[in-house]
Design a protein around this ligand. Structure first.
Ligand code: SF4
Length: 506
């Protein structure tokens, strides 16, 4: 008797990938929301608690509005496990091509367009491919007769902080993580998960680290039942050591730096101990589905009751700032750690715009008409395109550290007053901020939809060809920021974690 062979339709995989990417652009996994809500309850640092509150409020708003959690809608990574018994209805497309077609449809969906962030020719022209393809696809043939897919949209800020080491066999992996995590700064938008791949070869360890992030947050179950394997013992050890570092939400110092530690391991060479660590950020986005020939995946929406009822009230000490009239003297009163509500006009710009500004200044050509940074703040952002009556799509901050190499030039030559971004600034930039009596303000990375609601007007001022990297002028109302580096050079990303590290060690 012949057993029926399941036939998987290419169209079903394409449609399921497209649906899954739309789904994860606005729904956090429930386990992640629960872990973040628990971190909120436990947090004792006021700055970190504020940041977690904004992340949770943003998460609920995105789920309600079906708009992206973060302006960086990620690079797509897809693990496809194909049962050896499966047949395809057509053989003209590779698995990579099917997944890419799903990505293309998801990212250009007119109801919820996602930001296209992929650039081809990465060492050369870095030209945007416009539809977020190609994705990174890992295919594995497995026993069985269905297709399993785990798909994620990974933010660049957290991906950039990935670390790798070829340790000696006798080296302590937990000690390596403890030493390495503080060097990753806050650009990965903690709190989140760390995926760790151990063993195999260099590339195998990296793939295992990434795949481990597809699992749900469940460290508390492990804490309750106790570790049974070496990997489980290591998870608990690293979890404890990481949270004792005091890095905290957004690197501002606090109790929770990681929500979970995930580990995948494989046998390795007797002379080797490859380790790769990849962080997952506040925009943790992944979903799993499987196809058995009966049609596309059915992803049911979560219930809004899954989100905690959290409100975020500005404290009494908050200052309202009018960016249209703010003076140098007023700015110099702001102290590191203060919360401000920004009102008025600001200009935007990120990597590509800064590179172009630098070459225009250095060539003596000067800035294009309408671009005048004198007395202005620059917001490091690359927004999602708007839909319906939106002024702008989700527009959270990008990692300011990448703009460090341009900051002295900007402060020295353009009359720029201050900057707004996320994550820490390097020592030379903090010095430059102090020298120019400027300041650096921080918005919450991963709270992009919430931030976009503070933007009341938006227009492109220059470099329209750069797409989301163009220079915009935003008119904002009560946009919440924290003073991260004040005009005296006091840096909240140093002082916050230092204070909390001591407290937690105590
Ligand atoms: S939460 Fe932070 S690291 Fe993650 S995608 Fe958004 S900006 Fe990037």
């Amino acid at each position: 008797m012949s057993k029926e062979v399941p036939v998987i339709k290419q169209a079903d995989l394409i449609e399921s990938v497209a649906d899954a990417l739309q789904y994860i652009s606005y729904y956090h996994p429930k386990d992640f929301v629960d872990a973040m809500a628990e971190a909120y309850e436990r947090e004792q640092s006021a700055a970190a608690k504020d940041a977690i509150a904004q992340i949770l409020i943003n998460s609920r708003m995105s789920a309600e509005g079906k708009r992206p959690l973060c302006q960086d809608t990620g690079i797509v990574t897809c693990f496809v496990k194909i049962g050896m018994g499966v047949q395809w209805d057509k053989t003209d497309l590779t698995v990579q091509e099917m997944v890419d077609e799903g990505v293309r449809r998801a990212y250009t969906n007119p109801d919820n367009p996602l930001r296209a962030s992929i650039v081809a020719d990465p060492a050369g022209g870095r030209k945007n491919t416009k539809d977020n393809t190609p994705s990174v696809v890992h295919v594995e043939m497995v026993p069985g007769n269905h297709v399993d897919v785990a798909i994620a949209a990974k933010g660049g800020g957290s991906e950039n902080k990935s670390k790798m080491a070829m340790l000696n066999p006798s080296d302590d992996i937990a000690a390596w993580v403890e030493k390495t995590l503080p060097t990753m700064g806050a650009g990965w938008c903690p709190p989140g998960m760390l995926g760790i791949g151990i063993g195999g070869t260099a590339e195998k360890a990296a793939v295992m680290a990434k795949e481990s992030l597809m699992d749900p947050v469940d460290i508390h179950e492990l804490q309750v039942r106790g570790a049974e394997t070496a990997d489980e013992k290591l998870r608990l050890d690293i979890f404890e050591r990481s949270n004792k570092l005091g890095i905290g939400a957004q690197g501002l110092g606090g109790v929770t730096t990681v929500l979970d530690i995930k580990i995948k391991s494989a046998p390795t060479h007797a002379a080797s101990k490859p380790v790769v660590m990849i962080p997952n950020c506040a925009a943790t986005r992944h979903v799993h589905f499987h196809l058995d020939g009966s049609g596309p995946a059915d992803l049911s929406p979560p219930s809004l009751e899954d989100w905690p009822e959290i409100t975020w009230e500005v404290g009494e000490s908050v200052r309202r700032v009018d960016l249209n009239t703010v003076t140098q003297a007023e700015m110099e009163q702001w102290k590191s750690g203060d919360t401000l509500l920004l009102n008025g006009k600001m200009l935007t710009g990120r990597d590509a715009a800064h590179k172009r500004i630098q070459s225009l200044i250095e060539s003596g050509e000067g800035l294009p008409e309408g671009v005048d940074f004198k007395g202005k703040f620059i917001y490091y952002v690359g927004p999602v395109d708007p839909v319906g009556d939106e002024v702008v799509g989700p527009a959270g901050p990008t990692t300011a550290t990448r703009m460090d190499k341009f900051t002295d030039l900007m402060l020295e030559t353009t009359g720029l007053m201050g900057m707004i971004g996320k994550a820490e600034r390097g020592p030379a930039t903090v010095e430059s901020i102090k020298k120019h009596k400027s300041c650096y303000l921080m918005a919450v990375g991963g709270a992009a939809y919430l931030v976009s609601k503070a933007i009341k007007k938006s227009r492109v001022v220059a470099f329209a060809d750069l797409g989301m990297e163009a220079i915009y002028e935003f008119d904002v109302k009560d946009m919440p920021v924290t003073v991260a580096v004040d005009s005296d050079g006091v840096n909240a990303h140093e002082t916050g974690p230092a204070i909390w590290k001591v407290k937690l060690e105590g």
